[in-house]
Design a protein around this ligand. Structure first.
Ligand SMILES: [Zn+2]
Length: 86
C-alpha cells in the first residue's frame, strides 16, 4: 500500500519545495545579469560607436535578485539592533 497525499497537501508541499529552492538559490547565486544591458554594463549609442554605463546596474552588469534583496533588508535590520550596555 502506497501512502497518498491529498491534493491540498501536495500543493502545499510543492510550494514549500519551490520556496526553499528559491531561497537556497538566492543564498548561493545572489546576482543575475542586468536585463537592460544583458550583463555587459554598457549602453551602446544607436548612431555612433560610443557607449555609456548602464543606468540600471551602474555599469556592473549585474542585478541583485529580489529574494536576496529582501534578505539583505532584514539583515540590515538585524544589525541595527541596539547594543546592551552594562
Ligand atoms: Zn545594466
Amino acid at each position: 500500500m502506497t501512502p497518498s497525499l491529498s491534493p491540498l497537501a501536495t500543493l502545499v508541499l510543492a510550494t514549500l519545495v519551490v520556496t526553499l529552492g528559491y531561497l537556497v538559490t538566492c543564498v548561493i547565486w545572489p546576482f543575475k545579469p542586468c536585463r537592460a544591458c544583458s550583463g555587459t554594463g554598457k549602453r551602446q549609442s544607436p548612431i555612433v560607436r560610443a557607449f555609456r554605463l548602464c543606468p540600471r546596474c551602474t555599469g556592473s552588469g549585474r542585478r541583485i535578485r529580489a529574494g536576496r534583496h529582501a534578505y539583505n533588508l532584514t539583515a540590515h535590520r538585524r544589525r541595527r539592533r541596539p547594543r546592551s550596555r552594562k
